[in-house]
Design a binder for this molecule. Structure first.
Ligand SMILES: [Zn+2]
Length: 371
């Protein structure tokens, strides 16, 4: 057995949080140098104590970490939300899947400028720390309220930008752009306060929970894909996609959506209305990703293609062109509603494949740990 540089999962998570958070101060040149040295030491100590290890095994290199460093920060907002959703998710998964994450993965929200959500692996490869940007959750919260307000304009009880008038759809649209602009500029979601009535708020929070859960599930999807074990289920599943990074993202979406569905099943079923609600929520989520990313990048596929890939696999091939059409044709949504009882999902087959794949993951994991 190799010596772990971190003796527990929580110790590793705290290390990641402390590395990426410096409350309320801007570091000067010397402090930056010192901090970079600390990170480098922590992340390379494993290589010194395990000369046989290969650099490639540690996916997140010191260089990558330096790129994503957060300098100005406060206590992470929404941390309890992330923790609660993760533990709720774990409780709902079957044992074989839960065991992959259970004692090795920890989640935290974080005030960080450069990450939206990301998995970090500890030296020694045993532990995973998953970080979700607090501002991303806040942005989803604000935009989700605006989306709900657009659907039900009468539900807006109060907006401090227009305190004495009824807010209009075009005013709501411009508030959306304002939130995006702030987020893109400084990863903060500044903007006016919007209060919805109870019914609309309930709808919004239900959707927000699904979006947050999917973000958590997507990151777990990377672990399931074998991204940290030099394995990749997605290399076979998405053979026809040339870009290796894209294969990883699509596969994290597919496994992530599977976990999301599993966690939402009651008596091993998801009702049609629930399935429709999940679809509309996921459409909204990928619209936000599109608003932040716009086009295809080398590391990330076009967010709308990611959405279509999910609908193709979990709703069926005939849903995909209609979801695509829904961006230009309002009637497309009615067609989706009419078709929702006729879903053609791969989830059962995928779950079986995943359970077989987990045996491969576990074997590789124990190989590495006994090496
Ligand atoms: Zn990803």
């Amino acid at each position: 057995m190799k010596t772990e540089p971190f003796s527990s999962l929580s110790e590793f998570l705290n290390h990641i949080i402390n590395t990426f958070t410096r409350p309320g101060i801007k570091l000067n040149e010397n402090e930056l140098k010192q901090r970079n040295k600390e990170i480098k030491d922590a992340w390379t100590s494993h290589l010194q104590s395990n000369p046989d290890s290969i650099y490639g095994k540690i996916k997140t290199s010191t260089k990558d970490i330096e790129k994503t460093l957060n300098i100005d920060s406060t206590t992470p907002r929404y941390n309890e939300v992330v923790q609660a959703l993760y533990s709720e998710l774990l409780d709902s998964l079957q044992d074989s899947i839960r065991n992959i994450f259970d004692s090795d993965v920890a989640f935290s929200a974080l005030e960080t400028k450069y990450i939206n959500a990301q998995v970090f692996q500890s030296p020694g490869e045993k532990y995973f720390a998953v970080i979700v940007n607090s501002s991303l959750i806040e942005l989803l919260h604000k935009l989700g309220k605006l989306d709900t307000a657009l659907m039900f304009p009468g539900s807006v009880v109060y907006c401090n930008r227009y305190p004495r008038e009824k807010i209009t759809s075009s005013q709501i649209e411009s508030l959306r752009l304002e939130y995006y602009a702030h987020f893109q500029l400084n990863k903060r979601s500044h903007g006016p306060l919007l209060q919805l009535d109870d019914k609309a708020m309930h709808l919004h929070i239900s959707g927000l929970t699904i979006k947050e859960k999917f973000i958590i599930c997507h990151e777990l999807g990377h672990i399931l894909n074998g991204d940290f074990l030099n394995l990749s289920f997605g290399d076979h599943f998405f053979e026809y996609i040339n870009n290796k990074n894209h294969r990883k993202e699509y596969m994290a979406d597919i496994f992530g959506f599977l976990l999301l569905l599993e966690s939402m099943k009651e008596n091993s079923e998801i009702s049609s209305p629930q399935r429709l609600f999940i679809l509309s929520t996921i459409i909204q989520l990928f619209d936000v990703f599109w608003g932040l990313q716009k086009e295809e990048k080398d590391l990330h596929p076009d967010p709308l293609n990611r959405l279509l890939c999910i609908t193709e696999h979990f709703y069926g091939p005939k849903f995909t062109p209609i979801v695509r059409e829904s961006y230009s044709n309002k009637n497309a949504i009615n067609q989706i509603v009419a078709m929702i009882n006729d879903v053609d999902s791969i989830e059962k087959v995928l779950l079986e494949s995943l359970n077989k794949w987990i045996l491969v993951l576990n074997e590789k994991k124990s190989d590495i740990q006994n090496h």
